[in-house]
Design a protein around this ligand. Sequence first.
Ligand code: ATP
Ligand code: MG
Length: 403
Amino acid sequence: MTNKILIINFEEIYLKGKNQNIFIKQLVRNLKRKLANYKAYLSFSKAHGGSYFIEIVKEIPDDVLQEIIFKVKNTPGITGFYVADTTGVSMEEIVEKSVAHAQQYIDEFESFAVIAKRINKSVPFSSLDIARRVGSEIHEKLGKKVDLTHPDFKLHIKVRGKYTLIYSKIIPGIGGLPVGTSGKAIAMLSGGIDSPAATFMAMNRGLHITAAHFHSVPKTSPQSIEKVKMLVKKLTDFQGQIKLYLIPVLDIQQAIAKHTDSRLRLILLRRIMLQIGEKLATIEKAKALVTGDSLGQVASQTLENMKATEEATDMLVIRPLVALDKKFIIETAQKIGTYKISILPHDDACSLFTPKSPETKAQLKYVKEQYAKLDIENLINEALQKAETVLITDTDNIPESLS
Ligand code: ATP
Ligand code: MG
């Protein structure tokens, strides 16, 4: 016997007209993957209008239910969901379960309203009968008052075919679109605050992400890589599993340092990163690159520099943060849980490589001249040959602090 049902809402997807089915199918696929470990408890049913039901088919320990709630809450495409109690379709069962349901929230409300709906018309009572009976029981047993206009607490009762759904508090989801419905992209992930936030935003607009991190080990510490894995692990809260490319760029940095104008170092390195990203995109069938650039945030993130950087690739470069305030970016990073990892002190490939006076208004012609001094083809191929990949999943045991 089903004892709870998650009623999942997805307004934005629902509004997508004839594409609706594609979105719902992808959402269900994503949910099934994220909830694979809890399969024994769950039954995935069909979509009902703007909602989707997941039934909990057997007695479930509260901590397991909380884990499931966490997974659902963080699945892009879901605007919110209810954890409904279920019972049979007799008035006695409905009244008893409704009072028990309201009792769980007893400290959170004074006034309430019962919103009853009878979809199964064969029961011998009306929606109004349900609302009246349940209303007076809650009033008597829990000492709360009915207020139909501005209630603190709304109790929904839906009598369906063979069972009744009883639910009240909506748990907000993160909204957006199901991962995968917008295609694939390669996210350039440093250990900083910005790129994980940008990656999350891209996922939340339906992009399936493969992450790429460039490192300078042994010049940078191996912990800098652990840190990126921790960030990726956090991001698997939203996309159940993420492939991470780890690409060594020390040789490239040395070549840049040796052959080119030091003021352009970072721009030249970024150009190579984008070109490598483009190669990875071909391998992964991705159609865009995602970066954490934000206009004017550091002296080097100017229009001139962004242009001089992205000119190296024909790929679409998506910058979800480009016009966002630092404060908003930090709040986003805090909300998704990457902030506290990003601020762990660890060196990254770029900070060790920053010249004393970096160019802030790069001239494209000069950048291309300097770039031409490098044996790009070879440098890229060697880096790719030495690249490693790790598949990180939301069930991996990756610690949340560095040793
Ligand atoms: P972040 O906070 O993401 O590190 P930032 O504000 O430090 O960004 P930059 O260092 O100028 O900005 O980097 C701009 C973008 O370039 C980053 O957001 C990221 O997408 C990409 N990038 C920089 N360094 C790396 C790296 N080592 N590996 C992968 N991507 C990188
Ligand atoms: Mg950085």
